[in-house]
Design a protein. Sequence first.
Length: 304
Amino acid sequence: MENKPNVTEFILHGLTQDKTVAKVFFSLFLLFYATIILGNLLIIVTIKTSGQLNSPMYFFLSSLSLLDISYSTVTAPKLIYDLLVEKKTISFAGCIAQLFAGHFFGCAEIFLLTVMAYDRCIAICKPLHYTNIVNKHVCGWLVAASWVGGFLHSMVQTLLAVRLPFCGPNEIDHFFCDVHPLLKLACTDTYIVGVTVAANSGVISLICFVVLVVSYGVILLSLRTRSSEGRLKALYTCTSHITVVVLFFGPCIFIYMRPSTTFSADKMVSVFYTIVTPMLNPLIYTLRNGEVKSAMKKLWSRKV
């Protein structure tokens, strides 16, 4: 049956109803979002203009920065605006669009982080064949596959949500439109849909988690035959990626790999993976990477 919703807009509860706290949050998240845009743009420009950052790892890093900008833009501007207004509303179409974009960019980032783990595995375990295995053609296909995978996942989540009947109430206890809060408002039994949503997210998370574990398992096994200095150097190159994976995967697994229930902590956890992690990624990769810092210094010297 075609879904003809009586609800034409949703009211978001946002992060807080306290006006004083909202003003503090406004300044804080405005600063966070500006840092996300400037930090990730700096990484993209540095990698694109630097002749020394031409390895696949940096191609993937620039793609990750683009995804971080896109992903945070889905929620951050609306969140910042809503902190200044009394009534926080979003149209039905806008809600569905936000749901689609959030899952699209978020899932694409999960796939890309998995691809980056595979890249590190080949670089460390097969250094002599690395440039032949992970060449520019392969890199392009892997990044494209990440975006396509994110699109397919998002289409499933969105189609499951958009076909549900919404006849009231229309208040979402969140600061953006997501699957679980919408399922709570549907005027029908959502058990099957909830299980399907969790299974869709769970299968993707499980596959990516297995690939990550296998990749780093192979890396650790290959390091047994190397010297202490070689092991430390190899592990050092993986530390930044492992940190980002933990910061992004942990909250996502907490939110999506469970039945369609909501917890009071969901808002803060969502803030972490939609805003805080994209803000930290440039710092994590630049502070621990001498080549990126050197390229940034050269870029700054040329501009000056």
